[in-house]
Write a protein that binds this ligand. Structure first.
Ligand code: NAD
Length: 328
């Protein structure tokens, strides 16, 4: 297949590119390299440009006939920044997606796999969420993702497009062959912070909040190895025509491990992997923190024939390996 990947120089986009290339697919990347630390992939068909640049999109169209699908990863992704500056998030994520979709319509590309997020869901009583669980995006960032899902659904219904919206839970780890990995410089995620604590002199790590309604009071998350996540995109591309229909051309699918891990559990797995104990302190939750959810992945199993294969320990080990590679 011939696939256009927006944001293909980022953490998840470039890992998807490697998974696609490994399977012999042709990839075209458009990325404006705005994300701190993202790097031009060694890809022949790399367009350093913005997804809202119609000229660049038209150039792609004329240089690459018959693109089979778009994987739309490009977005601004920082929750605190989206709270302080929502305008830029709606502009970058929503308005620019609209431009991309209108171009796809004109270029007659009807299939799209969208990078959505589990932060669309309201915290559930029993913590497990299906695609039909109540939505209550907790930040402007998450609201831009839900807005994009609404737009995609309407485009699919009106213009005969097809979309699988993959709602990622918490991607961790790196490409096992170390071709791509997370950007730790502005890490707000738990594993990034654990690695930073582990690499520091004092090994200090702070758990924010231990009074949630979870088994040990600390927040719960669902971690999925980024390589498993990349493989879910391959499955979605292979199956999009068979699982969508005129009546449901837009399908959201949870992509997680299907298991919830509390922060305390994650800390002790991390300590086992690295072989030392961190100097852990408990503090009050930060504004905007939530108890968290984990994924019901029945739809991913049944519709995509996808299941995660990599362990949490592997995700931690790959992330540390990538961190060290980047620090050399
Ligand atoms: N990382 C996560 O924890 C997570 C969780 C859920 C969903 N997602 C979604 O997955 C996608 C990829 O996330 P990531 O972690 O790889 O982020 P990332 O910042 O590493 O990658 C995003 C890429 O998009 C590019 N980009 C941003 N705006 C662009 C534009 N207007 N035009 C062209 N390129 C643009 C950036 O330069 C960057 O390379 C995002 O849509 C994000 O919302 C990520």
């Amino acid at each position: 297949m011939k696939i256009l990947i927006t944001g293909g120089a980022g953490y998840i986009g470039s890992t998807i590119c490697s998974a696609l290339e490994d399977k012999g697919h042709e990839i075209i990347i458009i990325d404006n390299l705005s994300s701190n630390g993202s790097k031009k992939k060694s890809c022949q068909n790399f367009y350093q440009n913005d997804i809202s640049n119609i000229k660049a999109l038209n150039q792609i169209e004329s240089e690459h006939k018959n693109i089979d699908a778009v994987i739309h990863c490009a977005a601004k992704i920082f929750v605190p920044e989206s709270v302080s500056n929502p305008s830029i998030y709606y502009e970058e994520n929503v308005t620019k997606t609209l431009t991309l979709l209108n171009w796809m319509k004109k270029a007659d590309i009807s299939n799209i796999i969208f990078s959505s997020t589990a932060s669309l869901y309201r915290s559930a009583e029993d913590q497990v969420v299906t695609e039909n669980s109540e939505l209550q995006p907790s930040s402007p960032y998450a609201k831009t993702k839900l807005s994009m899902e609404f737009i995609l659904e309407d485009f699919c219904n009106a213009y005969k497009m097809k979309c699988i919206s993959l709602r990622y839970f918490n991607p961790i780890g790196a490409d096992p062959k170390m071709r791509s990995g997370p950007n730790f410089s502005n890490s707000t995620h738990l594993l990034g912070k654990l690695i930073q604590a582990y690499e520091s002199e004092d090994k200090k790590f702070t758990i924010t909040g231990n009074n949630w309604n979870t088994k040990d009071g600390t927040g719960i998350r669902d971690y999925v190895h980024v390589w498993d996540l990349a493989e879910a995109h391959l499955k979605a591309l292979e199956r999009i025509n068979s699982i969508t229909s005129t009546l449901s051309p837009f399908i959201p699918i949870n992509i997680g491990s299907g298991t919830g891990l509390t922060v305390k559990e994650m800390v002790s797995i991390f300590e086992e992997v690295v072989g030392i104990e961190l100097n852990t302190k408990i503090m009050e939750p930060r504004p905007g923190d939530v108890a968290g959810n984990f994924a019901d992945i029945t739809n991913a199993k049944n519709l995509l024939d996808w299941e995660p294969r990599m362990s949490i320990e592997q995700g931690i080990a790959d992330a540390i390996k990538w961190y060290r590679k980047k620090s050399i």
